[in-house]
Ligand binder design. Structure first.
Ligand code: ARG
Ligand code: ZN
Length: 485
């Protein structure tokens, strides 16, 4: 059954009256009114891998989240989200991705607005009083409560999005986000596509004894009812929705010395979150984080956000480069993975994808960072490159641009992607290659990228030979020969 909630407030004044009346009598009355009048179907962004995601022309500037986790370790979530939106084309309706908890209320600039929530398809359609025109801004409020939505990963034994970790033995129940590629819509109404990054203010209220963590810088921690606490975080640089980190756990937060690798040498705040009761040795992998940021900032340019660290999780899931706070399973707590996720802060989180087919632009660059780190430790890196080539040879290969969802996180995205960058590097000297990497970040940090962008950029910065090398690695159906100087 399609659980579809329909509510309309065409007659705004009479609805308001009903609500006031209901309030006065202490009841909740959901009036049955005609469905949305707008027959205009919203157009999705047109992602080649996920054609239904997002809304074309919608530009979310900021998400202001006020979330409450009453029972950590369960899938229960309630909250209010205020989206600040604008558009690049006239939008008669707003169409947000949302599989998540039941919608209780929607407001457009403070007034109740008609909406339809289809939790099966995962769209929340909202009708504004007037179409949203380019240059206009609106504040859209969505209040919701209940069970989060479910979005199974077709290739891993997990659901992406809001994770519930039940209590086991001494360990308390916990929650965290693991949303790549489109899991944020399991718990928030979002334009769930990396081509529309936005800023976030995240407030999370948790029960007594719990700590909340989220992407960005913590602004405050204040008392909430029943001994609970409310934590507020601000992420002032835009990030893709899938990179939003939220954690609720019994954590020990460890603050380390700030690292002066931000823009103009600005300090980057360093903090990591370790769940109480994890193996003692887990922390060893994170001791080098500051040094890693320095090495990567030297190659990629200033670290793009205000803070960096890791939040460690106990389930066996893939590590994820959640913005400013990578999500690191205990079992992936090693320096190589720390380097990889740190590099994604530049590649994926700051330089974002225009289309999921270009995901190698995230994974290839992050994998390549593992080589740069090894070389900064005094290794030649030759073994690593040969190891990559052997591994690529043992696996099926394909051109770098992915054509199916199953290809997104395959060996080609990671390993052939990294080898493609090595193929560019051997055509020039290291100074030129460094300028190339830094320029890619600085030129494209506000413009979602495609493989075609990188090819053009390679030609204009490094010349025709470098572009030809990249093109061979990007487009050849077979694995090209091992790149050598
Ligand atoms: N981007 C992550 C990493 O390589 C991998 C995420 C895999 N996610 C998935 N749904 N298969 O750091
Ligand atoms: Zn990665």
């Amino acid at each position: 059954m399609a659980r579809t909630a329909v509510r309309s407030s065409r007659k705004r004044s009479s609805l308001l009256f009903l609500v006031l009346l209901a309030g006065a009598q202490g009841q909740t009355v959901i009036p049955t009114l005609p469905p949305l009048s707008a027959s205009v179907a919203a157009k999705p962004i047109g992602d080649s891998i996920f054609p239904a995601l997002g809304q074309a022309g919608l530009d979310v500037l900021n998400y202001d989240l006020d979330l409450t986790v009453d029972r950590p370790g369960t899938s229960e979530l309630r909250g209010t989200v205020v989206l600040t939106v604008t558009s690049t084309q006239p939008l008669p309706v707003l169409s947000l991705d949302f599989l998540g908890p039941q919608v209780m209320e929607v407001r457009w600039n403070g007034l109740p607005a008609p909406y339809r929530h289809d939790q099966v398809v995962g769209k929340l359609t909202i009708e504004p009083p007037q179409p949203l025109l380019p240059g206009m801004r609106a504040e859209v409020t969505v209040r919701f409560a209940g069970q989060v939505g479910v979005r199974p990963d077709p290739y891993l034994p997990i659901n992406v999005g809001w994770q519930a970790v039940p209590a086991v033995g001494e360990r308390v129940g916990a929650n965290f986000t693991l949303s790549e590629p489109d899991g944020t819509r399991t718990f928030l109404p979002v334009n769930d596509h990396p081509s529309d990054p936005a800023t976030f203010t995240t407030r999370i209220t948790v029960p007594a004894g719990y700590t909340a963590a989220a992407s960005g810088v913590q602004l405050s921690e204040v008392a909430a009812p029943n001994g609970g606490r409310t934590f507020t975080f601000e992420q002032v640089q835009p990030i893709p929705t899938y990179t939003l980190a939220i954690h609720v756990n019994r954590f020990e937060r460890v603050d380390s010395a700030a690292v002066p690798v931000g823009k103009g040498g600005a300090d980057v705040i360093r903090r990591d979150y370790f769940p109480v009761g994890i193996p003692a040795g887990t922390r060893d992998a994170y001791v080098s984080t500051g040094e890693i940021l320095k090495v990567l900032a030297d190659w990629f340019g200033p670290y793009p956000f205000s803070a960096y660290g890791s939040a460690i999780v106990t389930p066996r899931v893939p590590a994820l480069e959640t913005a400013t706070l990578s999500t690191m399973p205990v079992t992936s707590s090693n320096v190589r993975v720390v380097v990889h996720e740190a590099a994604h802060q530049w590649f994926g989180n700051r330089v974002t994808l225009a289309d999921w087919s270009g995901v190698w632009l995230n994974e290839g660059f992050a994998t390549y960072a593992e080589l740069l780190w090894a070389q900064a430790q005094g290794e030649t890196g030759d073994d690593m490159v040969r190891g990559w080539y052997a591994r690529a040879g043992r696996n099926q290969t394909r051109p770098l641009v992915a054509t199916t969802e199953s290809q997104l996180f395959d060996t080609t995205s990671y390993i052939r992607g990294a080898l493609a960058l090595q193929a560019v590097r051997v055509t020039v000297d290291d100074a030129a290659f460094k300028a190339y990497l830094r320029g890619w970040v600085s030129e494209f940090q506000n413009r979602p990228v495609t493989t075609a962008d990188l090819l053009t950029y390679t030609r204009t910065t490094l010349g025709a030979r470098a572009e030809a090398a990249l093109r061979l690695w990007a487009e050849s159906p077979e694995l090209p020969p091992l790149p050598e100087k």
